[in-house]
Structures are given as C-alpha cells and as structure tokens.
Write a protein that binds this ligand. Structure first.
Ligand code: F6R
Length: 243
C-alpha cells in the first residue's frame, strides 16, 4: 500500500483531486468509483474548481457510486443521489446518464444489485475507486462480518453506522435501516483504489487497516491484498501509525 501523508483535510482533498484529474486527462473515458460521506466533500469541491478553470472535462467519464440507502427516493435530500448531484454532478459536464448510483427505491432490490454489477462490468470495470472508511472498518456499507466474496448486495446497517450518519438527518429515527452497497469483491475488482482518511477519530481504524490482520471482522483490512491501493491521509489520521 502506498501511503501519502497530507498536511490537513484540504491538502488531502487536493492531492486526491489531482490524481483523479490526471486519470481523466490521460484516459478521458475513465470509469470512476465514487463515495459519499463527509470525507470526499473537499475532493468534489476541488474537482469542480478544476473543471471551472478548464483543467479537466468529464464528458466521457462514467461513474459508479458505492452505495445508496434503501427506501429513499432520488430526490430525497438525504439520498446519496441527491448528495452526488448537489455536491458534484450538477457542477461538472458529466453526462447524467453515465453517473450511476444503485437505486435504493427499486421495486426489486435483488435485481437492482445484479444489474449494478453487470453495468460496472459492461463499462469495463472501475479504473479508480475512491473510498472512505467507517470507524468500524466498513468500506462502502460492508459492515464487519460481511464475506469478502460478496458483490453488490443489500445490507442491514450497523447501529454504530446509523448513529454516525444521524448527523445528516433530522433525527436518528429517520436514518434508514438498510442500504445497497457494492460488495467487497466488487470493490476489490477496481484497477486502482484511493482511500481518503482524515481526522484523529479515524486514526485507530487506519492503523488497524494497515497493520492489523486481514479479517472479515474489519472489512477494510482486505485492502492489504489489493495490488494498487493509495491511502491519502492527513496527519491527524496518521497519528497512530509509526513512521
Ligand atoms: C460512503 C461510504 C462509507 C463512508 C464511510 C465514512 O459512500 O461508502 O463507507 O465512506 O462511512 O464516512 P465519512 O466520510 O462521513 O466519515
């Protein structure tokens, strides 16, 4: 694993944006895997700025997001559809038909999962997947105990994940209990992975990811077995890793 030390959140976001911009400039029809949550918000701001300055175009890019809550419509302002359009897609020249998220409101959720994996394959696979990490080691919404072999699927969210994400909702009661997520196997098929980690509250999770055993009890540990992972972490997040 390649670990890049960022000074702070902004530096982390800029370093990640530069990597994505280089990728798209080298391969304009890149397939990017995207994440939501607090961590990539700065990255998306940097990308929008680079687009507005004419440094990159996303017109031939295809994206696949990691996950979406079950039961929220696309226009619900807590849905990941809304997040992605609001924080990125509406501000760049991506073709909205090529910006994909799982449909958490599909009538047949199992069918939605298998169609999502097929769509990723048909697009040629993900060139670079952006990831954040949960305090319990989840990536996407693959909670501890999820088999490494699994592809896109429906998950019951851990109570700790619902609590952590409650900050985005009016009340914890409104946080969905389920989500659709790309599985660990889907994520591991990406050609390259960039994991972003910021803040001291993530330091323990990052240390476990890098130095702990590879175990389904800590899903992110599987990244040790991927051939092309770059971790971009700020100093606070790196505070529990030795030099
Ligand atoms: C989001 C996702 C999650 C988050 C993780 C960290 O699409 O898949 O795994 O990356 O929960 O969230 P933040 O960045 O809010 O700490």
């Amino acid at each position: 694993m390649n670990i890049i030390k960022a000074e702070n959140y902004k530096d982390m976001s800029q370093l990640a944006a530069q990597k994505l911009i280089n990728q798209v400039n080298e391969k304009p029809d890149s397939v990017l895997g995207l994440a939501t949550g607090s961590t990539p918000e700065g990255l998306y701001k940097e990308i929008i700025q680079a687009y507005k300055e004419g440094n990159v175009s996303f017109k031939d890019v295809t994206t696949f997001n990691l996950d979406e809550y079950v039961g929220l419509t696309k226009d619900n302002n807590q849905s990941y559809h809304y997040y992605m359009h609001h924080l990125l897609f509406d501000h760049i020249d991506i073709n909205s038909g090529q910006a994909n998220l799982p449909n958490g409101d599909a009538s047949d959720l199992q069918e939605e999962c298998s169609q999502y994996d097929n769509a990723i394959q048909q697009a040629g696979g993900v060139d670079i997947q952006i990831l954040g990490i949960g305090l319990n080691g989840h990536i996407g919404f693959n909670e501890p105990g999820t088999p490494f072999s699994i592809q896109t699927h429906i998950v019951d969210l851990d109570e700790s994940t619902r609590q952590a994400n409650a900050r985005f909702f009016d009340s914890i009661d409104n946080v969905p209990f389920q989500a659709i997520t790309m599985g660990i196997d889907s994520i591991m098929q990406s050609k390259g992975i960039i994991l972003l980690v910021s803040g001291s509250q993530k330091a323990e999770a990052l240390a476990k990811l890098v130095n702990g055993p590879v175990t389904e009890d800590f899903p992110a540990s599987i990244l040790q077995e991927h051939a092309n992972v770059t971790i971009i972490a700020d100093q606070d997040a790196l505070s529990e890793l030795s030099e």
